[in-house]
Design a protein around this ligand. Structure first.
Ligand SMILES: [Zn+2]
Ligand SMILES: [Zn+2]
Length: 322
């Protein structure tokens, strides 16, 4: 049973009342692969401190209800870190903290707060939420429980079945960001240059119009010559046995769409190569400890840094040909 809009204020409170009366535990999550600027906020630290009396345990996990993280290495060779999952008892004092810290279910997001407030009943997930995706659902077949859920005033829920049946044909038009499709508005045509941050709805994409990611030209992907969207001159940069650009080359092998011409394809390819190498340089120059061998090899050897910088210069020059 899915929740179809973010439970706020009174609805959020009633939902917590029910979840606290049904379940023995709740969880909150902290992801450790912090994006830049994701420093734990004061609010988060206060919540952690306040909830500490209700803590059952804290575990490192790659998986929790509703989410599974990639547990290998990323494209820069860094080992991905597991998330910290906090398990708490559903006691009134804890509920008060959850109510004071947030006024809706999907407000549980880093960096401001912990994430993915979910409830566990008899060792099984009961209410699962994924704040990033703005998604939440109940895992229950118990009719009595379902009645109680449905009796929460203002809580919008749908069964899996009814969602499937009522799925609208153009699904992204009512995007949460309230974007309006440039083609549906009606004043743009093939060959025009679309304004910045234009949005195209699923219906128009299916009708064959797209905006180029490089020059924003409106084009019909059906009319593109597939040979134009193939790398002509594969770029590589080896440090030892490791090719720093292999990841980009693989990514471009099966890249489809979003690029209107041979010129745009190659500019995009070269820009991605430059960006990737620049990221290696940035990662090597900040002094955070890393699990990536290749980043360490760049960090500890000036010759390698020189090779990277040179390659970037060379790529910038090739761009001028197009
Ligand atoms: Zn449209
Ligand atoms: Zn283009």
């Amino acid at each position: 049973m899915y929740i179809t809009s973010d439970p706020k204020d009174k609805v959020y409170k009633d939902l917590l009342d029910l979840a606290f009366s049904e379940c023995e535990q709740f969880i909150l999550v902290v992801r450790q692969n912090a994006r830049q600027g994701d420093i734990p906020s004061e609010t988060m630290n206060n919540v952690l401190k306040g909830l500490s009396t209700f803590l059952i345990e804290k575990k490192e996990q790659y998986e929790w209800p509703g989410t599974r993280l990639w547990s290998g290495r990323d494209c820069f060779g860094r080992q991905q870190k597991p998330a910290l999952v906090y398990y708490y008892r559903t006691q009134d004092g804890a509920k008060k903290i959850l109510l004071d810290a947030a006024n809706s279910l999907y407000s549980w997001l880093q960096p401001n707060l912990l994430e993915d407030l979910s409830f566990i009943k008899k060792q099984k997930p009961w209410l699962i939420s994924t704040s990033h995706e703005r998604q939440a659902y109940f895992e229950t077949d118990d009719e009595y429980e379902i009645k109680k859920i449905e009796s929460i005033k203002g809580l919008e829920v749908k069964t899996r079945e009814s969602i499937r049946k009522n799925r609208p044909k153009v699904i992204y038009v009512n995007d949460p960001l309230n974007l309006e499709c440039v083609f549906c508005k009606g004043n743009l045509h093939e060959g025009d240059i679309a304004p910045e941050r234009s949005f195209v709805c699923m219906g128009c994409i299916n009708n064959g119009l797209a905006i180029c990611n490089v020059d924003r030209r409106i084009f019909d992907p059906q009319k593109i010559n597939k040979d134009d969207l193939r790398i002509q001159d594969t770029q590589t940069l080896k440090i030892g046995e490791f090719d720093l650009l292999e990841y980009i080359n693989k990514d471009f092998l099966d890249r489809k769409g979003g690029l209107c011409s041979k010129k745009c394809f190659h500019l995009f390819y070269l820009n991605q190569c430059i960006k990737h190498l620049q990221t290696y340089l940035n990662l090597a120059s900040d002094n955070d400890e890393t699990t990536s061998e290749i980043i360490n090899e760049i960090r500890n050897n000036e010759v390698n840094q020189y090779i990277l910088k040179n390659k970037i210069k060379q790529l910038e020059t090739i761009k001028l040909i197009y």
